[in-house]
Design a protein around this ligand. Structure first.
Ligand code: SF4
Length: 768
């Protein structure tokens, strides 16, 4: 038995509905060809189908082709994205949520001086948002995790994740919960509203990439290094439209929280989500976190073959990784797929003339703040302390939850870390999401090491020149004692007055030997609270941060037809993540106020014509910022479109990146390629996303060209099943060009376009 000082939880609302799921899976097997072998990802997805015959019937290829209509089990929302999700949910005028849901106050907590002061200052600064979220939670019966309770993904793993579950989360690292053998998918608020309103949630059946793990991790290598290595192999696009399913003898040996780290960073390769077969380590984690009844139910479901792939199931591609050969990696700067093994990191830095002085070391976050991470890190700190060393640079620790913080404190690990110079921050996102108030190195080239998951420019401290290298918490910690990025802790020594000191490989416990400590019990909300319909939603009409959402009008005069004479506003060049389209940092405070946050639209995007950042030329030749140019089009009531590059909208699930262009009157975006979540978000908000058939056609549409669709009407009225939509492009000199694109609209998505947005359509269906 695994020690647990936590009381056994009431597991009624958190145990997956296994009997229903197994019954649906039986129906699925009757619809699929006899004897079809299913991957684990397919089993979980298909067990959540609303109507197996409708989604899978009629034969033919499913993965990568068919749209699945699904019934997710649960929704989790973080404080930044929950605002817009709830504002949208409110427009549907339903009395309660259709599935259990939780809200987590984590993104709006700033890291500046230390846990207590940061928390009280952030609560004060964001009071109206937290009050709004709490009032909505009360009204609709949603579990509310108040500021200080922890980071959404860690809390979900500790409380709600369960093998075989299908969960949506309004955050791109929702897949973290895959560490417990489930499918957890990051979506925009509008998709979350589908689940909250019991509207079929639609997903194009993903391809399944199998990753076979053999061998065993040794020495300094960790699950983080596995995903850093895999990110290098797959790149930020390699997982697009795919679920990554791990299998092989190397899987059961990994801790549940280590698997969560791997699943978490599957988001960095664009994967829909990641999952693993149910294992003894998952069972132990469930027991240790007070969820024995969930483990027992999962054991039964596993016996019926639900929680692992069928013998002989086929993957769309298989990547094999021998864990015994894996060495620590450092990924970056500025992109998580630039993977460098530790042994060549020094030469990599020197060849690229990157700074070699470390300016700060940061560990924790939703990615790497498990008990195992913290105890291994503490083993490094103990060694350094015994050698008389202290961290040479600011060393910040972000616990993922109150459970972790209290347990780390109880077991003395926090004392160890603080004794070598660490500052423990609040249980919140803080420096991982631009909420790090740092006065040093403003505007200067400098290098930081983090155990976080994402390292796009300016992500941590708002400084475009801060180079963030991602590594395991063990490597980040060891490097903090050297302060020099040329230092290889596995082979090099640090000089001390008593002679050279060299680390031995870290060690630690997967689960706390004397059990977890719950810490401040007041953080945990009552499970599945009853809705309180009389609760007033707290939004002040004079608020600059919250604004009641007005529905968008349809772009189609008579409910269908072509989109005609849109002006091309600009051609966006190169990498354009959702951070570029709707920046985070200081803008996070306007998440619930569409008019105000729209003023950041595409402000870090590069204009392919002229190469300037945040500059667009209006039709009269006037140069202005991109959002102000968009505003001018909106004032003139002139529809516009954008041409964008590859993997447009990669990164987070931020729906504002779709809402804002729509708010300013954007009607269509034509891309070399789209990131999956963002493409769906555009459709949800009534913007038509199209893919160039020939990527070199990207430069054939220029700013001020007039663009019309040809073939959209037939798609919308159902007379064409062709994915091809032609674009007629009229140049300013009157010459015409025709360009072929393709759409990816499903039948429901066509309705979203027709009615102006998915919510308009959902509202109409509910009223009818
Ligand atoms: Fe928070 Fe960073 Fe995790 Fe996102 S990735 S949930 S910002 S800690």
């Amino acid at each position: 038995a695994t020690p647990s000082s936590l009381p056994i939880k009431d597991c009624t609302s958190i145990t997956p509905p296994y009997p229903r799921l197994l019954k649906t899976l039986d129906e699925v097997r009757n619809v699929l060809p006899k004897g079809a072998k299913l991957t684990l990802a397919e089993k979980i997805l298909y067990a959540h189908l609303r109507n197996p015959e409708e989604s899978l019937g009629g034969g033919g290829k499913v993965r990568g082709e068919r749209y699945l209509k699904l019934r997710p089990d649960r929704v989790a929302m973080q404080d930044a994205s929950a605002q817009m999700a709830l504002l949208q949910f409110m427009t549907c005028r339903l009395p309660s949520c259709a599935v259990p849901a939780s809200i987590h106050c984590d993104h709006l907590i700033q890291a500046q001086t230390g846990a207590e002061s940061d928390l009280s200052r952030s609560i004060e600064a964001n009071k109206e948002v937290f009050d709004f979220l709490e009032s909505a939670a009360l009204k609709y019966g949603i579990e509310f995790w108040r500021p200080g309770s922890g980071i959404i993904h860690q809390i979900v793993l500790e409380n709600y994740a369960a093998p075989g579950l299908l969960m949506l989360g309004t955050d791109s690292h929702t897949p973290n919960a895959g560490g417990l053998g489930m499918l957890a998918i990051g979506v925009g608020g509008a998709d979350a509203v589908d689940a909250l309103t019991d509207t079929p949630w639609e997903l194009k059946a993903p391809l399944v990439t199998g990753v076979k793990l053999t061998g065993e991790l040794k020495g300094w290598a960790t699950p983080k290094d596995l995903i850093l290595h895999l990110a290098g192999k797959l790149t930020v696009r390699g997982g697009t439209g795919r679920i990554i399913e791990y299998f092989g003898p190397g899987v059961p040996a990994q801790s549940c929280t280590g698997l969560a780290t791997i699943a978490n960073m599957g988001a960095e390769v664009g994967a829909t989500t990641s999952t693993f077969p149910y294992s003894d380590n998952m069972r132990q984690y469930l027991h240790a976190t007070g969820r024995g009844p969930v483990a027992q139910a999962a054991d039964d479901a596993a016996k019926q073959g639900f929680l692992s792939a069928d013998e002989g199931a086929e993957y769309d591609e298989v990547i094999e990784i021998n864990l015994s050969d894996l060495e620590p990696h450092l990924n970056g700067p500025f992109t998580p797929d630039l993977a460098t093994p530790l042994s060549s990191f020094s030469s990599f830095l020197n060849e690229n003339k990157y700074p070699t002085a470390l300016s700060s070391a940061l560990i924790g976050s939703c990615t790497n703040s498990s008990y195992e991470d913290m105890s291994r890190v503490a083993s490094i700190a103990e060694q350094a302390k015994a050698a008389g060393l202290k961290s040479k640079v600011p060393f910040l620790v972000t616990p993922g939850s109150e459970l972790i913080r209290a347990t780390v404190e109880k077991d003395g690990l926090q004392d160890t870390l603080e004794s070598v110079g660490a500052t423990v921050l609040a249980n919140a996102c803080g420096p991982c999401i631009g909420q790090w108030k740092r006065d040093e190195h403003k505007g200067e080239d400098n290098a930081i090491l983090t155990s976080f998951n994402r390292n796009f420019k300016a992500r941590n401290d708002g400084n475009l020149k801060t180079m963030n290298f991602l590594a395991s918490p063990e490597i980040v910690t060891a490097m903090a004692f050297s302060g020099d990025l040329n230092f290889n802790p596995t082979t090099d020594s640090i000089p001390t007055p008593n002679g050279p000191f060299r680390f031995t490989p870290p060690s630690g416990d997967r689960l706390p030997p004397t059990g977890y400590s719950a810490g401040d019990l007041s953080y945990a909300p009552q499970p599945s609270p009853t809705p309180s319909p009389s609760t007033e939603i707290a939004i002040s009409p004079s608020s600059t941060r919250l604004e009641i959402l007005e529905p968008f009008g349809s772009n189609f005069a008579n409910g269908g037809g072509e989109l005609s004479t849109m002006t091309c506003l600009m051609r966006v060049k190169g990498k354009c993540t959702t951070d570029h389209i709707s920046a985070a940092g200081a803008w996070l405070k306007y998440k619930g106020h569409l008019s105000n946050i729209s003023e950041n639209t595409l402000m870090t995007a590069v204009n392919d014509q002229g190469g300037k950042i945040n500059k667009a030329i209006d039709i009269n030749g006037e140069e202005d910022t991109i959002p102000r140019t968009m505003q001018k089009y909106k004032q003139r009531n002139e529809p516009w479109m954008l041409v964008v590059d590859d993997n447009y909208g990669e990164g987070s699930a931020r729906e504002h990146a779709a809402l804002q262009p729509r708010f300013y009157g954007g009607a269509m975006i034509v891309a070399r390629s789209f990131a999956r979540i963002h493409e769906t978000n555009l459709k949800k908000q009534g913007i038509l996303p199209l893919w160039f058939m020939d990527k070199s056609d990207y430069s054939r549409i220029s700013a001020h060209d007039k663009v019309s669709t040809n073939g959209l009407e037939a798609v919308m009225n159902g007379t064409s099943s062709s994915p091809i939509i032609k674009l007629r492009v009229e140049k300013p000199d009157g010459t015409m060009e025709e360009i072929e694109t393709r759409h990816t609209l499903s039948e429901d998505q066509i309705e979203w376009l027709r009615y102006g947005s998915a919510l308009n359509y959902i509202g109409k269906v509910a009223r009818d």
